[in-house]
Design a protein around this ligand. Structure first.
Ligand code: FBP
Length: 549
C-alpha cells in the first residue's frame, strides 16, 4: 500500500494516555447507579446488569499474572475518526494482560458476528492502521443486533473462537444493543462479557459520565477548516452567499461547534427551531433578513450553516414527513406507477390540507426528495434531502418578493455545499487519537476486571492527557424508556443541543454581531506536529461545557 509522507510519520505517533494506564491498574468501584429515568421498568428488564457501580482505574503497585483472553471487536454504524486507535488500544491492552491474548475483528459491523465473518487482528495488521482514519481495518455496518436469535447465532462463533469478551464500538443505538446483549449473555450464563465504546461524529452520545463521543473533534475541525476556506473566498470575491449543510443525523452539535470555530453570518440550530415552534417560512425570513441587512451595508455575500437534521425539527415539516411516511408505506406500489411528471400533483391531491399546502410550496427538487425510497425503518433519509438547496431557493424567492415590494435592494447569488463524508474518515486529531486509544485500552481493563454491560469512559479530557480519568459506566445508567416504532423500548437518551447549555449561550450572545460584521475565523487544517496549544486543543463545545474557555 503506497503511503503519504504524513501517513508514514504519523504511524509513529504514540497516543497520550491517562497516567493510571501507564502502570498496572486496579478497578475501584464507586457509587451504585440508577438509570436516568424509568428506574423500575429498566431494573426489571435488566436484572443482571442494573444498578452496577461506576468504575475508576487507579494505579496498582501489585503485579498480578492473568491468563490470556480472546476478545472480539465490532465497528457499528457511521465511520468516525479514531476507530482504528480504539482497536489498537484494545489490542495493546489485552497483550499487556497476557501476551498470548488474541483479538478478532468481525467484518462489516454487527452482521459479521451474526454471519460468522471475522479476521484475527495480529500485530502487523494493527501497526498498519495506528493513528489512521476510517474503519477499513475490519469495516463497519448498520445491521442491528437486537434479537435473541442473533445473539445465539453470534454466541456460536464466540464459543468456537473461545472469545470471552466482545467490544462494540458504536453510537447510542449500538450501545443500547450492547447493553441488551450483555444482559442476555449474563442471564444465559454464556460466559461472554460485553463492553461498549462511545462513537459518532454527531456528538449526541454524551451525558454526565461520557464527555463526548469520539470522532466529533476531528470531523468538526475538518469541516471548520473548509468553512474557513469558503469564508475567505467569499470575502475575497464578495459575490456569493454560501449555504453549507453539515452532517449530524439529528442533533445540531456539529453545526454549532463549527459556528463557534468559524463565526458564520447565520447558523441554524434545529433544537431552537423546534423549541420556538418556527415554521419553514420563519426560518426563510430569518435568513433573508440577514441577507437584506448586509446588502444595506453593500455586503452581498455571507455564509449560512445548516444542520442536516433541520427539516425533521420544523414541527410542520415533521408532520408532513410523518404523513408522507405513512401514505407511501401504504400506497408505495400505486405511487411508483405514476409518471414522474405527475407525482407531485398526485401527492398534493392525497395529503391533508395543511400538509398538502406545505408540500405544494416546496421547490420541485426537494418535494421529490421527500418521496424517494425510505430507509429500512420506513423513514425518509434526511441526508438525501438537499436542505441547503431548499433554503437557498426559498430565500431567493423571498428576496425577489421583497425587491418587488421595494423592501430590498441587493444582489443575491447562492452556492450550495454539503459536508459530511469529507470528515468522517479523516486522520484523527491528537485529541481523537489519544482519546480513542485510551478508550480502547480502558475497555481491556474493564475486561480484565470481569465487567460486563459497561461503556468504556475517559473523563476530564480538557486537562492534559496525564490527568484524564479512565473507567467504566454501567450502560443501564444511561437508559430510559422511549417510543420506537410504536413500542416503548429501553434506549440511551440521545443528547441534543441544550438551549440553556454554555455552547449555545455563547453562540446566541455573538450571532447578531457575526450576522452583520465579517468576523470570519480561519481555523486552518488539523495540525499533528507542533506546539500543544495548536495540536492538542479539544472542541470549543467541550471547553465551554466544562467551563474551561
Ligand atoms: P452514526 O450515528 O452511526 O455514527 O452515523 C452518523 C452519520 O454520519 C450521520 O451524521 C449521517 O446522517 C449518517 O451517519 C449517514 O449515514 P450513512 O453513512 O449510512 O450514509
Amino acid at each position: 500500500m503506497t503511503k503519504s509522507a504524513l501517513q508514514i510519520e504519523r504511524a509513529t505517533y504514540k497516543p497520550k494516555v491517562p497516567a493510571a494506564l501507564k502502570s498496572n491498574v486496579k478497578a475501584v468501584d464507586g457509587e451504585y447507579t440508577q438509570s436516568v429515568a424509568d428506574q423500575d421498568e429498566i431494573k426489571s428488564l435488566f436484572p443482571n446488569t442494573y444498578g452496577l457501580p461506576v468504575v475508576t482505574f487507579e494505579k496498582n503497585n501489585e503485579v498480578k499474572s492473568m491468563p490470556p483472553v480472546n476478545v472480539g471487536v465490532i465497528l457499528s454504524g457511521g465511520q468516525a475518526p479514531g476507530g482504528h486507535n480504539v482497536i489498537a488500544g484494545l489490542f495493546d491492552g489485552i497483550k499487556k494482560i497476557n501476551k498470548n491474548s488474541r483479538l478478532f475483528g468481525f467484518i462489516l459491523g454487527p452482521g459479521g458476528l451474526i454471519n460468522h465473518k471475522y479476521k484475527e487482528l495480529t500485530a502487523d495488521i494493527i501497526d498498519e492502521y495506528r493513528n489512521t482514519g476510517g474503519f477499513d481495518m475490519i469495516g463497519s455496518g448498520r445491521d442491528k443486533l437486537e434479537y435473541p436469535g442473533q445473539f445465539d447465532k453470534g454466541l456460536e462463533i464466540l464459543k468456537e473462537l473461545e472469545i470471552k469478551a466482545l467490544v462494540i464500538i458504536g453510537g447510542d443505538d449500538s450501545n443500547t444493543n450492547a447493553c441488551v446483549l450483555a444482559e442476555y449473555y449474563a442471564a444465559t450464563n454464556a460466559g461472554v462479557q460485553v463492553i461498549g465504546c462511545p462513537k459518532t461524529i454527531d456528538g449526541d452520545l454524551k451525558n454526565e459520565q461520557i464527555e463526548t463521543s469520539f470522532g466529533f473533534d476531528t470531523a468538526c475541525k475538518v469541516y471548520s477548516e473548509v468553512i474557513g476556506n469558503i469564508q475567505r473566498d467569499c470575502n475575497s470575491a464578495q459575490k456569493y452567499w454560501h449555504f453549507i449543510k453539515l452532517m449530524g443525523r439529528s442533533a445540531s452539535h456539529i453545526a454549532l461547534e463549527c459556528a463557534l470555530q468559524t463565526h458564520p453570518n447565520v447558523c441554524i440550530v434545529s433544537e431552537e427551531v423546534e423549541a420556538l415552534d418556527l415554521t419553514l417560512d420563519d426560518v426563510i425570513n430569518q435568513i433573508a433578513k440577514t441577507v437584506a441587512l448586509r446588502a444595506e451595508q453593500g455586503k452581498n455575500f455571507g455564509t449560512v450553516l445548516i444542520p442536516e437534521g433541520l427539516v425533521e425539527f420544523i414541527p410542520a415539516m415533521k408532520r408532513l414527513i410523518a404523513e408522507l411516511n405513512d401514505f407511501l408505506a401504504k400506497n408505495e406500489s400505486e405511487f411508483r406507477l405514476i409518471k414522474r411528471s405527475e407525482q407531485r400533483n398526485y401527492i398534493i391531491s392525497k395529503l391533508t390540507k395543511e400538509n398538502s399546502e406545505l408540500y405544494a410550496s416546496l421547490p420541485e427538487g426537494v418535494a421529490r426528495q421527500l418521496t424517494l425510497d425510505r430507509d429500512p425503518h420506513g423513514n425518509v433519509q434526511v441526508s438525501l434531502i438537499e436542505t441547503e438547496k431548499l433554503l437557498a431557493e426559498m430565500v431567493a424567492t423571498r428576496l425577489a418578493e421583497w425587491k418587488d415590494a421595494g423592501k430590498y435592494e441587493g444582489k443575491f447569488a447562492a452556492q450550495m455545499h454539503f459536508f459530511g463524508y469529507e470528515g468522517r474518515c479523516a486522520a484523527p486529531s491528537n485529541y481523537d487519537a489519544d482519546y480513542c486509544y485510551s478508550l480502547g485500552f480502558t475497555a481491556s481493563c474493564l475486561i480484565a476486571a470481569g465487567k460486563t454491560g459497561y461503556m468504556s469512559s475517559v473523563r476530564n479530557t480538557t486537562a492534559p492527557a496525564d490527568k484524564w480519568i479512565a473507567g467504566g459506566i454501567p450502560i443501564t445508567m444511561m437508559l430510559n424508556m422511549e417510543k420506537r416504532h410504536g413500542h416503548l423500548k429501553p434506549v440511551i437518551q440521545k443528547a441534543l443541543v441544550k438551549l440553556d447549555g454554555a455552547p449555545f449561550k455563547e453562540f446566541a450572545a455573538n450571532r447578531d454581531t457575526w450576522a452583520l460584521t465579517t468576523d470570519y475565523v480561519y481555523s486552518g487544517p488539523i495540525q499533528y506536529f507542533g506546539p500543544t496549544e495548536v495540536c492538542d486543543q479539544p472542541t470549543i463545545t467541550l471547553k465551554l461545557e466544562q467551563n474551561k474557555n
